[in-house]
Design a protein around this ligand. Structure first.
Ligand code: FES
Length: 194
């Protein structure tokens, strides 16, 4: 078995284990695998090299986390139902058009992405830098009930973001989660290159 095959099999096991965990606890909490991309080396990564990740094993609605330049990058495979929430939630957001937020020009759209079903954002709260939790469950009672369409919740001071990383009104975070440069070629996501 080649090294790459070994890594792929290992990652698949992590994803499968995570999915099983989600099934066993229901929607109250969501496990997020922190997957290891197969290159560059740690040294090259620290220097800012692009990170390559096979995203074919991500389940619908699931999030994985990859590391780029020392930051967690959230990668969510959005379902059509999730994409449909992006319009409904807009009136609740501080910057629904992302006019005051950071993203590449090719992601300046409602889904803030190259492809509507794949979200790629920095997992760093724009308030004071905590890591938001992935909370995809629509209507979560602790996050506003009917006003919650799924997204990310920062436990530090209560900031909320939708499923495109757009920040809600009336929370401490001032901006949407930044979108890094990235490209998608078939099942391969490359963060750090357009
Ligand atoms: S760091 Fe996220 S709300 Fe303060």
């Amino acid at each position: 078995m080649s090294h790459a095959e070994g890594v792929n099999i290992k990652r698949r096991r992590v994803l499968i284990a995570s999915t099983a965990a989600i099934a066993s606890v229901g929607v109250a909490s969501v496990a997020t695998p922190f997957v290891r991309s197969w290159y560059p080396s740690a040294k090259a990564e620290a220097a800012g090299a692009a990170v390559v990740q096979d995203i074919s094993a991500i389940e619908d609605g699931q999030m994985i986390v990859v590391k780029y330049r020392g930051k967690p990058i959230f990668v969510v495979k959005r379902t059509p139902a999730m994409v449909a929430t992006l319009d409904k939630v807009a009136p609740l957001l501080a910057d629904p058009d992302s006019s005051a937020s950071l993203q590449p020009e090719y992601c300046l759209n409602q889904s803030r992405s190259r492809a509507p079903n794949i979200l790629v954002v920095e997992g760093v709260c724009t308030h004071l830098g905590c890591a938001p939790n992935y909370r995809p469950e629509v209507g979560a009672a602790d996050l506003g009930g009917g006003d919650w369409y799924g997204g990310f919740f920062c436990p530090c001071h209560g900031s909320k973001y939708d499923l495109a990383g757009r920040v809600y009104k009336g929370v401490p975070a001032p901006r949407n989660l930044p979108v890094p440069e990235y490209k998608i070629d078939g099942p391969i996501l490359t963060v750090g290159e357009a």
